[in-house]
Design a protein around this ligand. Structure first.
Ligand SMILES: Cc1cc2nc3c(=O)[nH]c(=O)nc-3n(C[C@H](O)[C@H](O)[C@H](O)COP(=O)(O)OP(=O)(O)OC[C@H]3O[C@@H](n4cnc5c(N)ncnc54)[C@H](O)[C@@H]3O)c2cc1C
Ligand code: SF4
Length: 511
């Protein structure tokens, strides 16, 4: 009996559960479909990375003796629809069962679950064992909690996977979290160390030509293209990070510097999310660097927390709350996303920098995503759905399971506090402290209502004032509302008027 084994673009791991018991007669199906490439206008670098990585993965599978059926985007017989490609493959191969690993998107899971009826054969949807916490385990964990705070989930994960734990059951270094050591402002002259780049083979060159021809109207520059496109190259990236950059990761984790998109970040999210790297191997390598005395604990713990903690946690939140999660808009944010998110054409240096990094690299590091573009969207009340679609389209690591909780939940407080205990709202003073963006900005981070005042300042207070009913009970915000009250009516009125002016300028493309 022939099984049809489906491999999605983010399932490029030889250890993927859908391949576990593959038999010589089974057929592996992989396809590049226009439907998936365009349901949001994905960044050309993201499409090129994924198509090239998929083609390399298929090539490796064939070399190992698997029967692979691969449909390229430019194949004249490509139907353009995922379901249609599966239907065709069943007819041609006479497969009696579909085997697939659960996808990273609720919409796709529902489609797969419908195949039993629509295609008339059994569908075996398997757990994605690459994650360190299954969807079921997260649900069980959540049932015993009143609030789902990442910190407690992370501690449980440390214990469960014996990562950075001592024999006496205590966390390595005597504490769970070294975050306080990881919030340094950028020192003068901080720049990104040199990154490795990879030679492009014919497969990648063909994909780049295809993407240039078909997707050049999407936001983002395809060249220069330096992405790793197979596991071997992704491992080089990981090793480069662990040996050269990890020691400084903690120190500069929250820093932002003009013209320096990467600083000491790992740049592994695209490889990890597509399956070229596996979370456990990354955590183990980072811990090994600490045990060998090659990286300090604050850096290693901070890095491991992102992968073992945040990454697994956001996935758990996504699957726990979908499909309702995708429709949440707690603060009723409805302002259309301004054009500068697609052009970088704004006088606000911080926003222009973050969007330029995004346009050029399909990448912007976490603090820029959260505290610049995300923070602006939160303060200005930008439409949650539009902002979320923007994040899904423009980053090469974006898949709904990870992008949605980060955007809708963490950045926009759209879930009303499921992800975070308070909104990540900040004025221009935070950006000034953590970056050098303000040095070259026509706006002044110390001013709130003057002509050249930093827009983040009045928008911050406007955000707090207009959402007071919903936020005043928040136990982490009383001091904010105490300051607001102290301002007095006249000052409050001026700030709110300034915020209205900023929104008008934004709508008119003058910000
Ligand atoms: C609004 C917003 C949207 C985001 N969208 C995505 C997304 O679509 N895909 C994505 O992978 N990450 C997303 N993130 C999380 C984070 O910004 C990226 O994982 C990180 O910037 C990737 O760069 P890096 O590999 O250099 O990460 P590093 O800073 O080096 O961190 C190491 C790894 O930790 C993991 N990680 C860190 N923070 C998070 C987090 N909050 N959630 C999940 N994993 C995390 C990533 O796998 C990352 O590769 C988003 C964050 C925000 C605030
Ligand atoms: S002054 Fe305000 S707008 Fe300009 S870079 Fe600083 S925070 Fe951004």
């Amino acid at each position: 009996m022939i099984n049809l084994r489906l491999i999605l673009g983010d399932q490029l791991s030889p250890s993927i559960s859908s391949l576990e018991d593959a038999k010589p007669d089974d057929v592996i199906l992989m396809c590049e479909v226009i439907e998936e490439a365009t349901y949001v206008p994905h960044h050309p670098k993201k499409i090129a990375f994924l198509f090239s990585a998929m083609r390399h993965f298929a090539k490796d599978l064939k070399a190992k003796g698997y029967k692979v059926r691969y449909t390229t985007l430019d194949d004249p017989k490509n139907s353009g629809s995922f379901e249609e490609e599966v239907r065709k493959a069943i007819e041609i191969t006479d497969a009696k069962k579909i085997i697939v690993t659960e996808p990273g998107e609720y919409r796709l899971l529902k489609i797969m679950e419908s195949w039993k009826n629509s295609l008339g054969i059994p569908v075996d949807i398997r757990s994605d064992t690459r994650f360190l916490c299954t969807i079921k385990e997260f649900k069980i964990w959540s049932e015993s909690r009143r609030q789902l705070r990442m910190e407690y989930f992370y501690r449980d994960m440390r214990i469960r996977h014996s990562i950075l734990m001592e024999k006496n059951g205590k966390p390595t270094g005597g504490q769970w979290n070294f975050d306080k050591e990881n919030r340094k402002s950028p020192p003068q002259g901080l720049s990104s160390p040199k990154r490795i780049s990879h030679v492009k083979d014919q497969i990648t060159k063909d994909v780049l030509d295809l993407v240039k021809e078909r997707f050049s109207h999407h936001f983002g520059n395809i060249e220069p293209f330096h992405y790793a496109i197979n596991r071997e190259q992704a491992l080089l990236e990981l090793n480069h990070f662990i040996t050269k950059l990890l020691p400084f990761f903690g120190d500069y984790q929250d820093c932002m510097v003009a013209g320096e998109p990467y600083l000491y970040h790992s740049l592994i999210s695209s490889y990890l999310n597509a399956g070229l790297l596996i979370p456990l191997e990354i955590c183990n390598k980072a811990e090994e660097a600490y045990r060998l005395g090659k990286a300090p604990l604050n850096a290693v713990e901070g890095f491991i927390r992102q992968i073992l903690g945040w990454r697994e946690y956001v996935r758990g939140i996504y699957w726990l709350h979908m499909p309702e999660y995708g429709k949440m808009n707690y603060l009723k944010a409805k302002e259309p996303i301004p054009g500068f998110y697609w052009t970088a054409n704004t006088k606000m240096t911080c926003v222009a920098e973050a969007i330029r990094h995004t346009r050029d690299h399909a990448y912007s590091h976490h603090i820029q995503r959260l505290m610049v573009t995300g923070n602006f969207a939160l303060l200005a009340g930008l439409d949650v759905q539009q902002v979320q679609e923007w994040y899904l389209a423009v980053y090469s690591d974006a898949y709904e399971w990870v992008e949605m909780p980060n955007t809708l939940g963490m950045a926009l407080f759209g879930d009303g506090g499921i992800m975070g205990s308070k909104p990540y709202a900040a004025s221009g003073k935070y950006i000034h402290k953590m970056s050098n963006f303000c040095d070259k900005c026509p706006y002044n981070p110390q001013e709130t209502t003057t002509n050249n005042a930093c827009p983040f300042n009045a928008l911050y207070w406007d955000f707090m004032a207009r959402n007071q009913e919903k936020l005043k009970q928040n136990h982490r915000l009383p001091y904010v509302y105490a300051i607001w009250k102290k301002f007095g009516l006249e000052k409050q009125k001026n700030i709110l008027a300034k915020a209205r002016e900023i929104i008008t300028f934004m709508r008119e493309g003058k910000l």
